[in-house]
Each structure stands twice: as C-alpha cells, then as structure tokens.
Write a protein that binds this ligand. Structure first.
Ligand code: SAJ
Length: 443
C-alpha cells in the first residue's frame, strides 16, 4: 500500500530530506532558519529586503542573537541560503511565515504582510507542503484568512491530507541569551490532528520542546494572553505609581517590598509607558477581534488607557518640579536621558520617550536627548541627534527626565550633575540594596 502523504513527509523529516523555507528574515526568521539548518535541513530564507538577502548570503549577521561565526559555516556549506525570489517556494516542502504584524493607524490589525505571504505560498502550494504561521495575530487568522486562500488557489488539495497548516507563535526576545529559539518551549496548533502531528514532527527536529494545543486558534490566543498578561500588569504597576502620588508614597519602595513575598506576587515596575513592538501591539489584536464579536476586553482597554497616559503624567511631573523652582516649562532646557523602549537596546519602536519628547516640545520646552544606543532619529520631521557631551548637557539642562535606564549610565554621577530630575525608572533606587525612602521631587 502506498504511503500516505503524511507518512511520507514525516519520514523525510526524520531523514532530514526536506527543503525548509523561512519567509521573513527578521529577529524571528533568521534565528529560526539557523535552527533548522543546524538541525540538518537544507534551508532557504526568503525576504523582500535585498540587503538582508545579500548580507545573509555573505554569512554576515544583522541580528544580534546570531553571530557571524554561527551563520558563516551554514552559508559556506550550502545548508543555508537566502533569496528574494518567491518562486523558490516551488522547491520547498515547508515554509514558516515570520512576517511583521503591526497595527494600522486606526488601531486595527495590519495583516497585509501575512496576506502577501499567503498569496505567494498559495501560488506554489503542492502536495506534502507544511505551512506554519509564526507571526503574532488574532485568533482565527490561520483558518479564516490563510486557509480559504489556499483552497481558492488549489481546490484539489485537502488540508490535513495533501498539505498541512499550523500556527506556532514566535517567542523570541531579542538580545536574550538564556532563552533562545532552540530552547524556548514552542506552542503548536494544527488545523487538523494530522497537521499538528506533521508540524510538531518538523519543529521537534530543530527545537527542544514543542507544546501541542488543540487548535490554531488556541495557539494564536496563547501568544496574545502571554503578552496581554504583561501589558495589564505593567498597567497595574503604573496605576500603583499614580496611587502612590496621591498618598505621598514611593511606588518602587512599595512594589519592591511586595516582591519580598516569595509566592503569589510577580514584580512589574512603573515606567514612562509601554514601548516595543510586542507588548503595546499584541493586546490590541485581541481586543480588536473581541470587539468584532461584540465583547469589550475591559482589562486590555483599561491597561491601554493607563499605559498610554504615562507620558503625559511624566511631563506634568517636569512642569511641577520646574514650577517649584520658579521656572516655566516654556523655554526651559529639558534633557531626556535614554529614548529606546527599554534598557540596553537601540529599538525606538513605540517608545514612550518619543511621546514625552513630543509633549515637551509642544509645550514650548527646548528638548534634547542622550542615548548611547540611539545616535539619531526623526521626531515628526525634526532631526534629533544624541548629545555627545553628556556632562555639559546635564549642567545646561533646567530639568533632566530619565526615560530609559541603560545600564551604561553612572546614575549617582548623573544625579550629582543634574539641577532637577524626573526619574521615570527610579534608577538610583535600583542600584541600592536596601529600600530607600525617596522624597517625591526625586521621582
Ligand atoms: N516595562 C515596564 N515595566 C515593567 C516591564 C516592562 O514599564 O515591569 C516596559 C518596558 O520599559 C518596555 C515595555 O514595558 O517599554 C515592554 O517591555 P518588555 O520587558 O515586555 O519587553 P519586550 O517588549 O521586549 O517584550 C518581549 C516579549 N517577548 C515576546 O513577545 C516573544 C515578552 O513576551 C517578554 O516577556 C519580554 O520580551 C521579556 O520578558 O523580556
């Protein structure tokens, strides 16, 4: 009896006789392509960005998680190559989709990159193909958006029998060394049980632990719950700050004290707001989907309301400390220290520091910034360049606002040089063992 398509593809996975494609070679796709190549597969990376394709084919890594020493041998041996040509999908047996899923200006999901990838794959869909969507998206995308396009293009092929369709959310935290693509447990959901079996067999060959769930919707929601959990708890930490302001207490002292409880508490800290390409975005995918079903995800809406109001809160703090010193905000020199969305990265995406700078500028302040990881950027057509003389800038500033607590700063020295400080990260507090009583003007 001839083998079923599933048996045949699983045998080829076991013998590494499978041509694997990764579509989208960013901070998710490149490490995944390397993981499959290191597991013994022939891998082709596909990206519309010809610069990424060129660098990868020269064995030059543009992603901090992957060193050139790891990439070069894989490219040199031919195990891994990159192309911009989507027709390469014709010769591929599996394709993992790792494309961006941002928000539109309206706040609705932008799945255009997923649609482009889907249409390209549909044109090359053939028996035995495994398709795994990794991009974070709302529950239902795989079965309501991707699957119908495959059926339109290839009516004769049946999902779960002739081809296999799964969702497996990415869990890459750029710059992290302890949890990598290979050792971070990977959720996997299939459109059918056979899809799950095949997708799990493929990913288990390159990733240490694959956690099956009952459907692609469950897998899609799992990822959104992970990051919504963070956004809501960060929102709570920010509300604790607002509560402490009302009570004349220090939020960091209270939260650090609560964190001494060895069980039943997880520490999140107040800050300038919510930045990054994941945490501010992913919950909006979930709340949007629920709104289409006539349900309001109140925790998400409330956390969003609090987190997005934090930049305005901190600008009011600047106005208050200047006012106490008899200075108007208008015309005052305000130096923002750290603009990246979190410490020790150079990523500006959704950074609340940008909102703070815009609010300060709109109120007539003379703004400048320093960030060792961000040399320059454009703020609404205004070219911003990091000051080079930090000491001089600290002395010249009427007020310093600390937005990002890069570990390279000497906070004690910075505090000594600044006239007035608004510290959205309570940096000095983090450096000292015991919990110190802070007067409010230092926060
Ligand atoms: N933030 C706070 N207070 C906190 C923690 C974070 O204000 O207690 C702010 C950060 O400054 C930043 C934003 O929230 O602006 C997001 O910070 P994050 O630590 O969540 O970092 P991300 O955005 O890089 O989140 C990624 C996510 N990884 C994936 O989606 C695969 C997230 O799930 C990880 O938990 C997180 O990294 C991590 O733990 O580093």
């Amino acid at each position: 009896m001839s083998k079923t398509v599933q048996q045949s593809i699983q045998d080829r996975i076991a013998s590494r006789n499978l041509r694997v494609a990764v579509l989208g070679l960013g901070y998710v796709g490149l490490p995944l392509a390397v993981a499959f190549a290191e597991a013994g597969f022939q891998v082709i990376g596909i990206d519309v960005d010809e610069k990424k394709v060129r660098l990868m084919n020269r064995g030059i890594s543009y992603i901090e998680d992957i060193s050139g020493d790891r990439l070069q041998p894989l490219v040199g041996s031919g195990a891994l190559r990159a192309t911009g040509d989507l027709n390469a999908l014709d010769a591929c047996d599996s394709v993992s989709i790792c494309v961006p899923t941002p928000l539109r200006k309206t706040g609705a999901p932008d799945v255009s990159h997923i649609l482009n990838a889907t249409d390209a794959i549909a044109r090359h869909l053939h028996p035995g193909m495994i398709i795994v969507l990794e991009s974070t998206t709302y529950p239902g995308t795989t079965t309501e958006v991707i699957l119908p396009r495959f059926h339109q293009e290839a009516m004769n092929l049946e999902v779960g029998k002739d081809f296999f369709l799964c969702f497996s959310p990415e869990r890459v935290d750029p710059g992290r060394e302890d949890w990598t693509t290979r050792n971070t447990p990977k959720i996997m959901g299939g459109v059918t049980p056979a899809c799950l079996q095949v997708g799990k067999a493929l990913y288990e060959s390159a990733i240490e632990s694959v956690v099956p769930v009952s459907s692609t919707e469950a897998a899609e929601l799992t990822k959104l719950v992970e990051n919504t959990f963070r956004a809501v708890n960060i929102g709570l930490a920010n509300e604790v700050l607002l509560i402490c302001d009302k009570l004349g207490l220090n939020a960091w002292e209270v939260i650090e004290a609560a964190a001494t409880k060895p069980f039943g508490f997880m520490k999140f800290l107040p800050g300038p707001g919510l930045g990054g390409h994941c945490i501010p975005i992913d919950p909006q995918y979930l709340s949007w989907k629920l709104r289409t079903l006539g349900y309001t995800a109140r925790f998400i809406e409330l956390a969003t309301e609090i987190n997005t109001a934090m930049p305005k809160h901190w600008v009011h703090c600047v106005q208050d400390v200047l006012n106490d010193a008899g200075k108007p905000l208008r015309g005052s020199n305000i130096l923002v220290v750290g603009v990246a969305y979190k410490r020790d990265v150079g990523d500006l995406r959704e950074s609340p520091a940008l909102d703070i700078l815009t609010l300060l500028r709109d109120k007539g302040a003379v703004i400048s910034y320093h960030d060792p990881h961000v040399s320059a950027f454009t703020l609404d057509e205004l070219e911003m360049v990091s000051v080079t003389d930090l000491e001089g800038a600290l002395a010249a500033a009427d007020c310093v606002l600390i937005a990002t607590d890069h570990t390279s700063y000497d906070w004690e020295d910075l505090y000594a040089r600044a006239q007035l400080i608004v510290d959205t990260r309570a940096t000095l507090h983090q450096e000292q063992d015991e919990i110190l009583q802070y007067s409010q003007e230092q926060v």
